[in-house]
Design a protein around this ligand. Structure first.
Ligand code: IPD
Length: 291
């Protein structure tokens, strides 16, 4: 039977609000936060409690659909198939959450045949709710106010070249070896002056949440977001939002979109009457091997 995406969307919005209450009533501290692979990869009891709540509500309403969540993902075991699948990050921006830096959210994606079909992202600290259904546009609602269509600037300017862009990029949690060296080189090339061989972007932003970075591109507040090392739960909801807002998500691994595949590179570019493809090309040229 045809899946009713509006019903899925409404359930995800309701779950996002419940998660928001759990997140805002928690009192995390960096001293009590646990580490996953290193001191830049944090997890709190709230991440786990929110994911348990989300998966049980989804299981109750849609027992026939698959579920992938950051905290219960098993490398080598969990696979993204063509089945309708919820892809969930209970708290994206956990580091911000433990430091009370106001950029963290719950990211709820729903994909059918690996195509992002519903996306709900909620930042409970700022009361910002981003929602999208495939084919029906992308929206933001602030503190329960009526929703506004994305991008917020209804006539976005053309994208000229990287030197006119505000670019989001992240350090991520992988701080070793060649991955880290590539990241540093990309940051330096983006920021450096043209005389020094750089692209001299307006500036770089590290917001600390991939989902909110993508939402900022969908909104038009950032022109570009690039990160190597994102997982499916960081991008699934944002991807739907971005496409519905007229932006594009380019991947370094076209055709491969699987949380188990290493080298997970994502490049988001905002809506523009022209210049999107040129920015993608310019970014890939800067990123080079980091692709
Ligand atoms: C992380 C954040 C961060 C990004 C990492 C993600 P988490 O998600 O989105 O900005 O750089 O790649 O894993 O761990 O806070 O859910």
């Amino acid at each position: 039977a045809e899946i009713n995406l509006q019903e899925v969307h409404d359930l995800l919005v309701s779950i996002a609000h419940e998660a928001g209450k759990m997140i805002m009533s928690a009192t995390p501290s960096y001293l009590s936060a646990g580490e996953k692979k290193n001191s830049a990869d944090l997890v709190t009891e709230t991440d786990q409690a929110v994911e348990a709540m989300v998966s049980s509500r989804l299981q109750t309403s849609y027992p026939q659909f698959s579920f992938i969540g950051e905290e219960t993902f098993k490398p080598g075991v969990t696979k993204l198939t063509d089945a309708p699948t919820f892809i969930v990050d209970p708290i994206d921006g956990t580091t911000n959450f433990v430091h009370a830096f106001p950029a963290f959210c719950i990211s709820l994606g729903f994909v059918v045949k690996k195509v992002p079909s519903v996306g709900v992202i909620y930042n409970p600290f700022l009361g910002e709710l981003y929602t999208a259904i495939k084919g029906q546009g992308a929206y933001i609602s602030r503190n329960g106010a009526p929703k506004e269509k994305l991008p917020l600037k209804q006539n976005p300017e053309p994208l000229k070249d990287l030197s006119t862009c505000l670019v989001g990029a992240e350090w991520g949690s992988d701080r070793t070896g060649s991955n880290f060296a590539i990241k540093c080189a990309v940051f330096a090339k983006l920021a450096a002056s043209k005389e020094d061989g750089g692209a001299m972007v307006h500036s770089l932003r590290c917001m600390g949440s991939a989902a909110l970075n993508i939402a900022a591109v969908a909104t038009g507040q950032q022109d570009v977001f690039w990160e190597g090392g994102c997982w499916a739960w960081d991008v699934a909801a944002g991807w739907c939002l971005l496409s519905e807002a007229g932006g594009i998500m380019a991947g370094g691994n076209p055709g491969d979109w699987d949380p188990a595949i290493d080298g997970r590179k994502y490049l988001a570019v905002r809506a523009a009457p022209e210049g999107q493809k040129a920015i993608v090309e310019e970014m890939w040229a800067v990123i080079g091997d980091g692709r």
